[in-house]
Design a protein around this ligand. Sequence first.
Ligand code: PGA
Length: 262
Amino acid sequence: MAQQGRARRPMMAANWKMNKLVAEAEEYVAQLLPKISGAEGVDVAIFAPFTCVAQVASMTQDTPVVAGAQNLYFEDSGAFTGEVSAPMLKELGVGAVIVGHSERREIFGETDEAVARKTVRAVEAGFLPVVCVGETKEERDSGKMWEKVSGQVRAAFEYLDANRVDGEGIVFAYEPIWAIGTGEVASPEDAQDAIERIRGLLEELGGEDFAGKVRILYGGSIKPGNVGEIMAQKDVDGGLVGGASLEADSFAELVTGAARES
Ligand code: PGA
């Protein structure tokens, strides 16, 4: 059910993860743009691998689509082999960056401390950070969902003064790890419950105006068939999509679905 006038502008974000060669990225963007040209009232971002970011940024530069990166390092330059910094991404035309995706945290050992430093660097550099939080299946089953998620949200603010950040300048994504890439989507009620609690915590951290402006996405097995009921939840402001974002057709359906709910 579409809500009458959403509190925040919805956002639909494609997280390609480690997929697509440059030619595939170009073909995707060329297919996507005409399909979503009529979708108004929704922000669209594509988080491409570093190797495709320049192409995505140049093909989307005169469009409403934001080119994003999946990570950044918090130092600007130096002896950090394999890392990519904010100025390097700025130069390519990047406007948004994912911070603390659970795959980075779980597979690559990214700590709350690193996520906090990356978040503040992204904000200072003028990127829209999409800060990811979420619990494992074991944590949910043992009643520790909120302990984990609230800890991650609090930690992300370690170097950020929420009272001085515009709520529109930061996005959170609640992505329960058990729902990522599994086909097991959270129920709309569970997504709403977690996201409402995150918004409550953001109010505590940065005040009512801040919390009212921050967009909080849901991520984890979003598909064209389930996006409507998730987006219909009061506090859910959009989606961060992996698998179903890899084909231009299905991502376009998600974008137009989100526009219908706006
Ligand atoms: P999924 O991934 O849509 O494939 O579950 C979501 C994500 O990890 O951002």
